[in-house]
Design a binder for this molecule. Structure first.
Ligand SMILES: [Zn+2]
Ligand SMILES: [Zn+2]
Length: 92
């Protein structure tokens, strides 16, 4: 029974870790979620490749965006070319 009590005490200290992590500055918060798949046809989308997104970040491949006349089929929003994320190697 004592061992179980110790284990519980151990898990109790975990929120401290989480709090420490949350207090760190999060520059990535405003970054686009770079989805890797077209939501319509499931085509693979590379961060550095062409893709279209609406303001809610619904993400589509260029072919689907064109076939939907650049109107998001999920929310009716305008689909615009997603800025490409060029990996510089040292990033991330
Ligand atoms: Zn597609
Ligand atoms: Zn949308």
């Amino acid at each position: 029974m004592e061992a179980e009590c110790c284990a519980l005490a151990g898990t109790h200290s975990r929120p401290l870790l989480l709090r420490r992590r949350a207090s760190r500055p999060q520059p990535k918060h405003m970054a686009l979620e770079m989805r890797a798949q077209c939501e319509r046809c499931g085509a693979g989308l590379k961060p550095e490749g062409a893709a279209f997104v609406c303001s809610y970040e619904c993400t589509f491949c260029p072919a689907c965006a064109a076939s939907m006349a650049h109107v998001c089929s999920n929310c009716g929003g305008e689909l615009v070319p997603r800025p490409r994320r060029i990996s510089k190697g040292s990033a991330v």
